[in-house]
Design a protein around this ligand. Structure first.
Ligand SMILES: NC(=O)c1ccc[n+]([C@@H]2O[C@H](COP(=O)([O-])OP(=O)(O)OC[C@H]3O[C@@H](n4cnc5c(N)ncnc54)[C@H](O)[C@@H]3O)[C@@H](O)[C@H]2O)c1
Length: 271
């Protein structure tokens, strides 16, 4: 059996595709010949990336979709099917954190805003589940497919302050394992569900935690870099390689796995 990393011709749907990680992933998918549907709550962000992909000779469309709204996801599914006829890859990329759901000197655990807490769980967990219901149903009918979730270092061990986000990302890793088993036992052994767990990237989402306004690291930023054996933050493009591998036949026996892409952060206690 020849090892095959090819994903050309595959139809990939990515949520949160207007964002840093899934925007980069969409570009890299397209460079490898996949046809990409970029879903985002803010379609103009996804559209800009889709336009760039098309300008460079790729095949992409941007679609407005809210991962917390089933109707919106079903409409997006119709658009994808009309254009491409099937879905081979789903990347549940929409996710994130909120300052109000993060403890700190001015935000005590005891009075942490419940709405913000729920918002983080909804976006990261409910959003991935709902999107997998809508697009996974197609995969069950097709009898094949690949689902990728985005976990986090907080999936393995909680990170200080980020109470809601840590719990939610832990649930994303658990959902990855559950869903892999559920698809195989009930629908098809040719559907795989895996996750990547990105290490630390410097993005708008977490800049306030890692960097001071003058660009120097916060105490937390210093700790992150000291505990990352490679001594640096990751780049969004560095998340794409593992996902391309996971979605290719080269990973045909990789299922229910959560792959750290973290410069060694999760391999090192810091001692
Ligand atoms: N950046 C990091 O350091 C890091 C580390 C670990 C995990 N992650 C995870 O990776 C994923 C992508 O993160 P990112 O850094 O690219 O974030 P980002 O904020 O750049 O992108 C997230 C995208 O999701 C979209 N979105 C938000 N709510 C939505 C909704 N209801 N429906 C559809 N789209 C919605 C946003 O418009 C945005 O374009 C998230 O799950 C995040 O938690 C990020």
């Amino acid at each position: 059996m020849a090892v095959n990393f090819d994903i050309s011709g595959k139809i990939a749907v990515l949520t949160g595709a207007g964002g840093i990680i899934c925007g980069a992933m969409s570009r890299e998918f397209a460079k490898k010949g996949a046809k990409v549907a970029l879903l985002d709550l803010f379609p103009e962000k996804a559209q800009a990336i889709a336009d760039e992909i098309v300008r460079q000779g790729g095949d992409a469309i941007a679609i407005e979709a809210d991962v917390l709204n089933r109707e919106s996801l079903e409409t997006a599914r119709e658009v994808v099917i009309k254009r491409y006829g099937r879905v081979d890859i789903l990347v549940n990329g929409a996710g994130g954190n909120k300052k109000e759901a993060t403890t700190g000197p001015s935000n005590s655990f005891f009075t942490l805003d419940q709405e913000a807490f729920k918002w983080v769980f909804d976006l990261n967990v409910t959003g991935a589940v709902l999107t997998t219901q809508v697009f996974g149903e197609l995969m069950a009918e097709q009898g094949h497919g690949n689902v990728i979730n985005i976990a986090s270092m907080a999936s393995y061990l909680p990170l200080t302050n980020t109470l809601a986000y840590s719990g939610a990302k832990s649930a994303v890793a658990n959902f990855t394992q559950w869903m892999a088993t559920h698809f195989n036992q009930n629908y098809s052994r040719d559907i795989r569900v895996n996750a990547i767990a990105p290490g630390f990237l410097l993005t708008e989402q977490n800049r306030y935690l890692l960097q001071q306004e003058d660009g120097s690291p916060t105490l937390r930023g210093e700790k992150v870099l000291a505990k990352t054996p490679m001594g640096r933050y990751g780049e969004p493009e560095e998340m794409a390689g593992a996902v391309i591998w996971l979605c290719s036949d080269a990973a045909s026996f990789v299922n229910g796995a959560v792959i750290p892409i973290d410069g060694g952060f999760s391999a090192y206690w810091g001692v």
